[in-house]
Write a protein that binds this ligand. Structure first.
Ligand code: AMP
Ligand code: MN
Ligand code: MN
Ligand code: MN
Length: 292
């Protein structure tokens, strides 16, 4: 039985490959009790996920992963427990999606100029009319035979200095945290060890984040090594941030990451869920009327 909360995962509403409902079914089958959906810059998958999670007896945490430009780089801020009806969050995310649409066209133009035709069209097929991101371009470039793996595509085409790269112009850190808080959620720094920041730059990010009202940091991430986990646990303790945990699952194509398969939070980090009223409903009896 795996009861670790999994507070970071993607569906087809952004760059995951499972629908929100299939994602929740997989979480239930994996023994997860508390599961979030945190798609990039969209809330579109949340209603479907909430219904499917209830059918599984899962405690569902509606979330989002917001793209932010900070310190000349792109970072990601997860929002947990957000109200999907909140106008300020919705409007903020809509602005980011407008940039995404422009960026996709610009990526298509740059790749075309570099001799790779038809990539935007194929990427659009992979995104299936929903939010489009670099992962869809990566799948398109693999599909068109320009690279062997999605990972290789990023190195060759989609990172800084490569032909398909377009610099991000994302949300301000304080705005992203503000939208999350306006929607009643808690803001969390996603996969902090992935940014390649020095200790002092990471510390600066944490300071700015706390000043904006941020509360948590992913100590446990599907992308963290053991050492990175311990470093981030220390950072959480020193800065007073709550610790979060999430697989950053994108689909069964990456078999090295599985829903809920996460190490425990180090004991001296206070979990972000410490005061959540998240006693999951039992698998049966989810249809009992309120107050019964
Ligand atoms: P975007 O927000 O559209 O710029 O895309 C960012 C997403 O691309 C991340 O959430 C990952 O899913 C994926 N990604 C970023 N870097 C890599 C990489 N080096 N290898 C594989 N996937 C990556
Ligand atoms: Mn992604
Ligand atoms: Mn991310
Ligand atoms: Mn993610």
């Amino acid at each position: 039985m795996n009861s670790s909360p999994d507070l970071h995962a993607h569906s087809t509403a952004s760059d995951g490959t499972l629908s929100p409902a299939l994602l929740m079914a997989r979480a239930g089958a994996a023994g997860v009790k508390v599961m979030a959906l945190t798609d990039h810059d969209t809330l579109e998958g949340l209603p479907e996920a909430a219904v499917a999670a209830e059918a599984q007896g899962l405690a569902f945490v509606p979330g989002v992963e917001i793209s932010v430009s900070w310190g000349g780089r792109t970072i990601h801020i997860v929002g947990l427990g957000v109200d999907a009806e909140n106008a300020s969050l919705q409007e903020g995310l809509a602005g980011l999606r407008t940039f995404r649409d422009w960026r996709a066209e610009e990526m298509g133009r740059r790749l075309e100029k570099a001799g790779y035709a038809g990539v935007l069209e194929r990427a659009r097929e992979f995104s299936n009319g929903r939010l489009i991101g670099r992962t869809h371009f990566a799948r398109a470039l693999v599909d068109l035979g320009h690279a062997e793996t999605v990972r290789a595509v990023f190195q060759r085409f989609l990172v800084r200095g490569k032909p398909g790269h377009v610099p991000g112009e994302w949300a301000e850190l304080a705005d992203a945290v503000g939208w999350i808080r306006a929607a009643g959620g808690q803001a969390v720094i996603a996969h902090p060890a992935r940014y390649g920041f020095t200790r002092s730059k990471l510390r600066r990010l944490v300071d700015d984040f706390i000043a904006a009202g941020g509360e948590g940091i992913e100590v446990i991430s599907g992308s963290h090594s053991r050492d990175e986990t311990l470093n981030m646990a220390n950072l959480a303790r020193q800065s007073g941030l709550l610790g979060s945990a999430g697989s950053d699952y994108h689909g069964p194509e990456n078999p090295w990451i599985e829903l809920g398969r996460l190490p425990a939070l180090p004991a001296n980090v206070r979990p972000i869920w410490h005061d959540w009223p998240s006693i999951p409903a039992p698998r049966v009896a989810t249809v009992a009327p309120e107050g019964a």
